[in-house]
Each structure stands twice: as C-alpha cells, then as structure tokens.
Design a protein around this ligand. Structure first.
Ligand SMILES: Cc1cc2nc3c(=O)[nH]c(=O)nc-3n(C[C@H](O)[C@H](O)[C@H](O)COP(=O)(O)OP(=O)(O)OC[C@H]3O[C@@H](n4cnc5c(N)ncnc54)[C@H](O)[C@@H]3O)c2cc1C
Ligand SMILES: *[C@@H]1O[C@H](CO)[C@@H](O)[C@H](O)[C@H]1NC(C)=O
Ligand SMILES: *[C@@H]1O[C@H](CO)[C@@H](O)[C@H](O)[C@H]1NC(C)=O
Ligand SMILES: *[C@@H]1O[C@H](CO)[C@@H](O)[C@H](O)[C@H]1NC(C)=O
Ligand SMILES: *[C@@H]1O[C@H](CO)[C@@H](O)[C@H](O)[C@H]1NC(C)=O
Ligand SMILES: *[C@@H]1O[C@H](CO)[C@@H](O)[C@H](O)[C@H]1NC(C)=O
Ligand SMILES: *[C@@H]1O[C@H](CO)[C@@H](O)[C@H](O)[C@H]1NC(C)=O
Ligand SMILES: *[C@@H]1O[C@H](CO)[C@@H](O)[C@H](O)[C@H]1NC(C)=O
Ligand SMILES: *[C@@H]1O[C@H](CO)[C@@H](O)[C@H](O)[C@H]1NC(C)=O
Length: 605
C-alpha cells in the first residue's frame, strides 16, 4: 500500500478554501494527541472520530503497519456527563457535546421544529447516547442484502461474526438474572472487543412484572436472548481510541471540521491517492459529500458547487425512529423499590449513591431503557394484513419530495415492498415499548417508519451552516395509521390485560377520547417526536439504479478511494437502536478495506 500525501496540500479541505485549509491543518496539528504533529503522509484518512470512525481506525492500525489519521470536529473529554451511567441521558443533555441543529419546520407537525441530536466529541454519538444496546431481527439485515439480489455478502449470517467482534459480552450476575428473569445465549456474543455490553447489577422488581405482563397479550413472543450495559459507559472512545492511541501509526486530530473532500477528477485525493473513509454520521456524511460535489446536481448547483458525480441519493432516504408518547400511570403498583424511590425515599437514594460510589453497583448502574418490549406488527394490530396490502398497492412515489429522482423513487418502492411484507410478518419487530420498572411508562417507538426524510446542504451558506434536516414526519399517511395501532395495543396492554388490571393504570396520553385514526393523526401532529436520534440511510448501500450512494463494499459510486462506513449506509433502519449495528457494520467495513470482499486479498481502499 502506497504511503501518501501531504495533508497541507488539502487532501481533505479542512475549510472550503485551500489557503485556509493550510492554516487550519497546522493549527489543528497542535492538538494532536501525544503532541505529535499531523504527518505528511497517511495510508487512510478517516473523517469523523465517532462510533464507526474509531472502530475502523482501530482495526486498520491493529497490524502496526497502515497509518491512519482520524479528523474529528469535537474534542476529547472525560466529562462526568459522558462517563456517568445513571439515566443514560446525561451526555445527551450536555449541549457542549452535541451539534446545534434544528430541523426545518414540520408541516405535518403543526410546523414544529425538532432538535437534531448528534454527538460532537471523540466517540461521537456513542459518547452521548442512552446506552440501550439492541441488535434487531435477522430479517432486517437479510433485507439489506436483498436489494442486491442473490449472492450478496450482506445478511444476518454474514453480519453476525461482526456483531460478535463488536461487543464483549458480560453476563448478568446471578441475583439479577433470577430477579429479572433474564435469559441469554452466549452463542450469539463475542468476548474479544474492548467495547463491553452487559446488564446493570440492579433491577427494579416492577420491570420483571411489566415484562411478564406481556404474557397476557396473545401471541407476544418471548425470546431467549437480546442484549444490554456494564457499569460505566463503554463506547467507541474507550473501546477503540484508547486502545489505538498507543500505536505509532494511529493519529487523531480534534477540533477540526472537514468541509470537503478534495478530488482529482473522481478520485478522493489531493495530489496522490489517499483513501478517505467517511464516518461523520447520518447527518454530516451526506453534507460532506454534497460539499465535495458528490450529490444531487440540482441541489449542488443551487449552492454553486460544481457537480463532480451526480449522485441523486446523497441525503435522500433519510430515516430515524419516531417516538410516540403513550403515557400511563399506575395507581396500584406495589413493586418496591421503584425508580420513584430515588426521589421519594431518602435512605434508598443515599444507599444508591453509596453503592455506586464504592462498587459501581445498584440502581445508578441502570441507564435509560434498561428493558423494553419488541413485538411484530401482526401481534400488535388486527389489521396488519390490510395495512400491508395498502402499502404494497400505494403509489409510494407520491410521498417523496416532488421532483425526486427516479432511481431514488425506485429504491423507495423496493423498500416499501420489503416493509409491506414485514408489516404482515412475525419475523421482525415494529413495536418497541420502553419499560421503566416504575408506576409510569411513556416511550413508544415505531421501528420501521415509512416516511423518508432529507438532509441537504443549506444553499444560502453551505460551508458555514449546518445542513437542512427535514424529517418529513408522517409524509407517508400509513405511518400515522401504523402508529395509531401501536398506541391502541399499548392501551390494551395496560387497560384490557388480565395481568395488568391490578395496577389500575390510567391513560395520561393520548387520552381515551382519542379513538379514530383521524383523532390519532391530530394527536401525533401535536406530540410526535420524529427522531430517536438514530439518523441513518442518507448514503444508502443500495444499487445505484435504486438510488444508492455506496456499493456493497461501501465505496461511493463514481468515486475512487472513498468509502462511507457509518449509520448513513444502512439502506433501511434495523428494528432496534442503532449503536450496536453501527459497530458491526464498521467492523465489517474494516475487513472490506483490509482484505476486500473475499477475505485475505489485500486491496487498496
Ligand atoms: C442522544 C442520543 C441518544 C442515543 N441513544 C441510543 C441508545 O440508547 N442506543 C443505541 O443503540 N443508539 C443510540 N443512539 C444512536 C447511536 O448512538 C448512533 O446511531 C451511533 O452512535 C452513530 O454512529 P456513527 O458512527 O454513524 O456517527 P457518530 O457516532 O455520531 O460519529 C460521527 C462523528 O463525526 C464527527 N463529525 C461530523 N461531521 C464532521 C466533520 N465535518 N468533520 C470532522 N468530524 C465530523 C462528529 O463530531 C462525530 O464524532 C443515540 C444517539 C444520540 C445522539
Ligand atoms: C405552516 O407553515 C405554512 C407555511 O408557512 C403555512 O402555510 C401553514 O398554515 C402553517 N401551518 C400551521 C398549522 O401553522
Ligand atoms: C420467569 O419466566 C418463566 C417462564 O420462562 C415464568 O414461568 C416465570 O413466572 C417468570 N418469573 C417471574 C418472576 O416472573
Ligand atoms: C403472527 O403471530 C400472531 C400471534 O401469534 C398470529 O395470530 C398470526 O397468525 C401470525 N401471523 C403470521 C403472518 O404468521
Ligand atoms: C490528478 O491526477 C492526474 C492523473 O492521475 C495526475 O496526472 C495529476 O498530477 C493529478 N493532479 C493533482 C493535482 O494531483
Ligand atoms: C451563486 O452564484 C450566483 C451567480 O454568481 C450568485 O448570484 C449567488 O449569490 C451564488 N449563490 C451562493 C449560495 O453562493
Ligand atoms: C426506603 O428505602 C429503604 C432502604 O432501601 C427501605 O429499607 C425502606 O423500606 C424504604 N421505605 C419505604 C417507605 O419504601
Ligand atoms: C462493596 O462490595 C464489597 C465486596 O463485595 C462489599 O463487602 C461492600 O459491602 C460493598 N460496599 C457497599 C457500600 O455495599
Ligand atoms: C405515482 O405518482 C407519481 C408522482 O405523482 C406519478 O408521476 C406517477 O405517474 C404515479 N404512478 C402511477 C402508477 O399512478
């Protein structure tokens, strides 16, 4: 592999203007860890030191040979809001580690704007997320490969080794296993990664009751294994950066924003051939491509950016999990202790602090969403077959932005056919209810939204402004019908379930007056959060004729030596939280880069 190229010649333009790029790079090099300066040559440059970027950089430097520079906009931080577990929400509420982005007003949500959360720190979103670790159903990953037809090397079976490589499984302790009725199967887990996953060392007894009460709902499946957190945040920085930093061949530069990838013709480069690995996340990877002249021609020309590759899918096919409020309060829920005791019972709160401080155990070892239900749509909705055929017979294109490229529309159609099948299948989950273990519950998630959103550079000032994020919430009208059924099921679980009647649940939201699809649509307009902070799909791994941006090797179509390896390549969202799938995809990406599609053959990027 050739060693290459001076950063000072703007291999990556750290700012839009080449001359500024010089000073930015020099300035940034001073904060390079270890006091090392940015070298003149690297084998690979990774844009974004987040979840995927640090994973790939760690793997590529493992052999002690290939040199890698990671360029990250955020800083290294040991702030307690990152390292503290309790609530899991600490990082996400500390704005210094988040981008400051508001979505465009949502026409179907009474013109509300929505905060777009993404991590801006070494570790990326894995440093600020809520630490639920979920893998989603095999069918979701088989769907990814299906877009490429027979012989694709993307499927559940072919991703499973990377799921195993991605996380190091820590089984729950015996007391917790018994109390919470936890089952697991170590065949599905690995023990080599430096990113750890496990259970909290404490469980509220109410959580077990809430889980078990799903046995009162006909057809709700109980599976042996799913997954979840060790005490302390284990994330891409601790699991990958901290390992790689002692290697001579791994460099990280922080506080440096990459605005554009320099191209010579259609090769990612300055004067020679430096492979670039884009890992800026679902919101920023499409932005960087668009600023580099790779994207929908019409958008680029309205920003006066010369189109180098007209790639209509860049920034299209944007997906995220909508969060629906379905809030219940139980008048009689006699499981103690409960999470409310952290506020109501001073001695319980003091004990929690003490065992956390001395042993990293107890309630404070629980992050958000410690337990949740994941159910297929036919179990949830009596009209699953009807909604499935409505989606299949719908003119899906009507629900994309006007003027959407035909290839992108064709890809949307292919995805909607897959979702239509999934709506009537028991092999993937559509319904996700987060369980608290206490007398209030409220977060409900639609795992396979149909509406497709967009991320586009702000043509008024593309280099200096954050991209325009349009969630296009509820733009496919079947989303509202599906979500209505998710709430209706939650209502039945709480109010018509023999195993929950003794809790005397009250529906706080939406309220029993909300009954018809129209009433649900109005409720969703007022309250829906279109994002669970899982941005994906904006540089989709799909065939180019289906609006794809990267091929199965994650190489950007029409460009040499440029790959995307983060959540933006997911063609469709897995039915689960996205961090674990990002790690697995990044592990696979590292092998594709090191060995090529057929293992063992070393190939340039
Ligand atoms: C608040 C929040 C809560 C979440 N909760 C959960 C959860 O509980 N469980 C779960 O599984 N998932 C959760 N997620 C989602 C999950 O963390 C993400 O899907 C995953 O971490 C994304 O990985 P990524 O590599 O695609 O992007 P990121 O990890 O976001 O990495 C992108 C990196 O690129 C950097 N960057 C961006 N643009 C540039 C640029 N131009 N130049 C240089 N650097 C740049 C960013 O600063 C960032 O470090 C949550 C996310 C958030 C934000
Ligand atoms: C939302 O904004 C549009 C465009 O400004 C406007 O036409 C519409 O009436 C607004 N809708 C609401 C509910 O305010
Ligand atoms: C645990 O699960 C088993 C079935 O696998 C069930 O019979 C039992 O009641 C559950 N225990 C508790 C405490 O709910
Ligand atoms: C899915 O499971 C439910 C509940 O067990 C069952 O009623 C339904 O027939 C199943 N549907 C399919 C398509 O298998
Ligand atoms: C661009 O690539 C061409 C052909 O490979 C090469 O001759 C030329 O020197 C390159 N230009 C720059 C500025 O790197
Ligand atoms: C694009 O170029 C035109 C013509 O030179 C100019 O009027 C316009 O302001 C430019 N737009 C941007 C976003 O730079
Ligand atoms: C408060 O917490 C303590 C310590 O966990 C416990 O012994 C006690 O029973 C609790 N009191 C109430 C009223 O629940
Ligand atoms: C911490 O763990 C040790 C060893 O198990 C135990 O002896 C000690 O009591 C624990 N501390 C607290 C505060 O519970
Ligand atoms: C579907 O809608 C698109 C966009 O309005 C339209 O161009 C197309 O003709 C429609 N297709 C069918 C089969 O009606």
């Amino acid at each position: 592999m050739a060693r290459l190229i001076s950063l000072l010649v703007a291999v990556l333009a750290l700012t839009p203007c080449i001359c500024l790029a010089h000073s930015r790079a020099l300035q940034a090099s001073r904060v390079l860890l270890d006091g090392r300066e940015v070298e003149k040559e690297y084998d690979y440059i990774v844009v974004g030191g987040g979840t995927a970027g640090l994973t790939v950089a760690d793997r590529l430097t493992e052999n002690g040979k290939a040199t890698v520079l990671v360029v990250e906009y955020g800083q290294l931080s040991n702030s307690p809001s990152i390292t503290t577990v309790q609530g899991g929400f600490s990082g996400m509420s500390d704005t210094q580690f988040l981008y400051d982005i508001q979505s465009v007003p949502q026409s179907n949500l009474l013109n509300r704007t929505i905060a777009v959360l993404a991590g801006k720190v070494v570790g990326g979103s894995s440093a600020v997320n809520a630490m639920m670790t979920v893998r989603a159903a095999a069918a979701d990953y088989d769907g990814w490969g299906s877009f490429f037809g027979e012989g694709s090397h993307w499927s559940w079976n072919q991703l499973l080794p990377y799921f195993k490589r991605a996380l190091n499984f820590a089984p729950p302790d015996e007391a917790v296993t018994k109390l919470a009725n936890i089952t697991y199967d170590t065949n599905f887990w690995g023990d080599t990664s430096s990113v750890y996953a496990g259970w909290p060392s404490f469980q509220y007894p109410g959580t077990t009751a809430q889980m078990e009460a799903f046995r009162g709902m006909p057809g709700a499946p109980f599976v042996k294994d799913s997954g979840s957190g060790e005490p302390g945040r284990s994330y891409a920085r601790t699991g990958h950066h901290d390992r790689a930093i002692s290697r001579w061949n791994y460099h990280l530069v922080t506080g440096s924003k990459v605005t554009r990838i320099a191209l010579n013709g259609t090769t990612a480069t300055g004067v020679a051939f430096v492979p670039v690995i884009l890992a800026a996340g679902g919101i920023h990877s499409p932005q960087v491509l668009q600023l580099s002249g790779i994207g929908p021609r019409k958008l680029l020309s309205s920003a006066n950016i010369t189109t180098i590759v007209d790639l209509p899918g860049v920034g299209q096919n944007f997906q995220d999990h909508p969060m629906i409020q379905a809030s219940y309060t139980y008048r009689r829920f006699n499981f103690r202790p409960s999470p409310n005791d952290l506020f109501l019972n001073a001695s319980f709160a003091a004990w929690s602090e003490e065992v956390w401080a001395s042993n990293r155990t107890g309630p404070n070892s629980i992050a958000t969403g410690n337990a949740a239900a994941w159910l297929p749509f036919p179990v949830v909705s009596p009209r699953a077959a009807d909604l499935s055929s409505a989606l299949a017979s719908q003119n899906n294109t009507l629900y994309l932005p006007p003027g959407t490229d035909q290839t992108v529309a064709a890809g949307y159609r292919a995805q909607m056919l897959l979702h239509a099948a999934a709506l009537n299948s028991n092999h993937t989950a559509f319904y996700n209810l987060v369980l608290t273990g206490g007398p209030t519950n409220g977060i409900l998630v639609d795992l396979h939204p149909l509406s497709r959103r967009t991320v586009a550079i702000d043509t008024a000032d593309p280099y200096n402004r954050e991209p325009r994020v349009d969630y296009r919430a509820l733009s496919n009208p079947l989303d509202a019908a599906i979500m209505a059924d998710l709430v209706r099921f939650t209502r039945r679980y709480h109010l018509e379930n023999p195993l929950t009647t003794s809790w005397a649940a009250m529906e706080m939201a939406p309220g029993l007056e909300t009954q018809t699809d129209e009433q649900f649509a109005a409720y969703l307009a007022e309250t829906l959060s279109p994002s669970e902070f899982h941005p994906a799909g904006t540089c989709a791994m799909m065939p180019r004729e289906l609006g794809g941006v990267v091929d199965q090797q994650l190489r950007v179509y029409g460009v040499e030596r440029l790959r995307v390896v983060d959540a933006s390549v997911f063609p469709t969202l897995p039915g689960g939280n996205t961090c674990q799938p990002v790690y697995a995809v990044a592990e696979k990406a590292a092998d594709l880069i090191r060995y090529g599609a057929s293992k063992g053959v070393e190939q340039p990027c």
